[in-house]
Ligand binder design. Structure first.
Ligand SMILES: Cc1cc2nc3c(=O)[nH]c(=O)nc-3n(C[C@H](O)[C@H](O)[C@H](O)COP(=O)(O)OP(=O)(O)OC[C@H]3O[C@@H](n4cnc5c(N)ncnc54)[C@H](O)[C@@H]3O)c2cc1C
Length: 409
């Protein structure tokens, strides 16, 4: 688990933590959990999840598939052969592109750094994003105008019960992969689309989804977004990413861009502190947010920098970063009840973080009219609200139905 994750301690108290290094092992771990009717959750580095302070009654599968290979690109005329020879050929061709198939447990920031350094463009934005390739695909992680989906060509995935494999391919609208970012990117066979911090692998019904089953749909702005999301659940919802294939193109300036992104991040973000990065999604432009202010700017405008609930505190450096400081004085905020201070429920910091999230949302709504929505996912103590495949006599045929096993996310 990411050393800077706020509640890394409680997560380490779960009983079983398989670390699959091959997709077969990932499938086996999922199948084992399903056969025992035990909930399972797959994580990468835990850089965007909050585990409940009470722990998790199930299996935490830590994805450690960290393979990487350059693969032959069948779809490109004159496409490259596999192997290092290609790196020396066609250096000067501006439209040269290449595919990399990367295990879902591979460190996303290392991938971005290594490929940028070799002059491949498309994942420069990844250099400062902690976590794994699987987590980045699931979250459609992005920064500096780029996102994961833009360079993504194919995902090898495993069903939530480990019983089936699937290759999902993604439309290649721009013909080159990499670069721009931001646009909607659909999977073939209508299995869903990527969006801002959303992917077809996310299940709306999942108990850990920050924006499902929660009580805070507070205003008309939230309602409008809600309507947008009334589309059908993706066929890939709940499926686990085993590997991802990216198409990058040659660009000698890639490394300079990656370095500039890192410098900007180091200036703007509290990177040495424990956090899950940006907790809130940047809200859309609406009547109450006509300038499209970011979540951090709105939190700052509401005067919340430095606000704390126990050990959880709004960063002074970047207001969308909620930090966890173990040595913080838990008495500083009278709004935090005993549970939220961590004493009664395990003390991992999640309760305090949840209290601070609620407080920030309420204050921003009151002062700016904008209803913030979270980006960070939860792992609740139990997934009791999710039924197992054979609860309704089915065989787990569709990951998107409510009969899916407790989705390992
Ligand atoms: C300091 C800091 C800076 C950050 N900056 C950014 C940023 O600039 N941009 C950005 O987008 N994010 C950022 N993040 C958030 C986080 O790093 C990303 O969301 C990252 O992609 C999560 O990867 P992970 O492997 O740690 O996923 P985890 O946190 O382990 O998991 C996140 C979710 O993905 C699911 N998941 C993980 N692996 C898989 C898999 N193989 N298949 C299916 N589901 C899976 C989990 O179940 C969970 O629901 C930042 C976080 C920190 C701490």
């Amino acid at each position: 688990m990411c050393a800077r994750s706020p509640n890394r301690v409680r997560a380490s108290l779960t009983h079983v933590r398989p670390r699959p290094i091959k997709s077969e092992e990932l499938a086996d771990a999922l199948a084992f959990a399903a056969s025992k009717r035990v909930p399972a959750v797959v994580i990468g580095r835990g850089s965007n999840v909050l585990f409940a302070d009470a722990g998790f009654d199930g299996v935490v599968i830590v994805n450690a598939i960290d393979t990487i290979e350059r693969v032959f690109d069948r779809n490109r005329s004159g496409g490259e052969k596999s192997g290092d020879d290609d790196a020396n050929e066609s250096e000067s061709e501006s439209n040269e592109s290449s595919l990399w198939k990367v295990g879902a447990g591979y460190a996303f920031n290392h991938l971005g750094a290594a490929l940028s350094k070799e002059g491949w463009s498309g994942l420069e934005f990844a250099v400062g994003i902690p976590g794994t390739v699987g987590g980045a695909v699931f979250m459609n992680a992005g920064a500096d105008g780029g996102d994961t989906a833009t360079a993504l060509v194919e995902v090898e995935c495993v069903s939530p019960d480990g019983g089936r494999r699937r290759i999902a391919t993604f439309d290649d609208d721009d013909g080159g992969g990499g670069g721009g970012g931001g646009g909607e990117r659909a999977a073939t066979a209508s299995s869903g689309a990527f969006g801002y911090r959303t992917s077809p692998f996310q299940s709306r019904a999942h108990p850990g989804n920050p924006n499902r089953g929660r009580e805070e749909d507070l205003d008309a702005e939230a309602d409008a977004e809600e309507e947008e999301e009334e589309e059908e659940e993706s066929e890939l919802a709940g499926w686990i990413v085993a590997s991802a294939t990216f198409r990058l193109r040659r660009d000698p300036r890639a490394n300079d861009r990656a370095k500039a992104f890192l410098r900007r991040r180091a200036r703007a973000q509290p990177l040495s502190e424990r956090s899950v990065g940006c907790v809130f999604r940047n809200p859309p432009i609406t009547a109450v947010n006509p300038d499209g202010l970011s979540a951090g700017a709105l939190i700052d405008r509401a005067g919340l920098k430095g606000t704390r609930c126990g050990g959880a505190v709004v960063s002074e450096a970047h207001a969308n970063f909620l930090l966890y400081k173990e040595d913080a004085d838990a008495d500083v905020d009278a709004d935090v009840d005993a549970d939220a201070r961590g004493g009664g429920s395990g003390g991992g910091g999640a309760d305090e973080m949840e209290a601070l999230i609620r407080k920030v949302k309420a204050a921003v709504l009151e002062k700016t009219g904008v209803a913030l929505r979270e980006e960070v996912w939860r792992v609740p103590r139990s997934f009791s609200s999710v039924s197992f495949p054979d609860d309704d006599g089915g065989g787990g045929a569709s990951s998107s139905s409510s009969s899916a096993p407790p989705s390992p996310r």
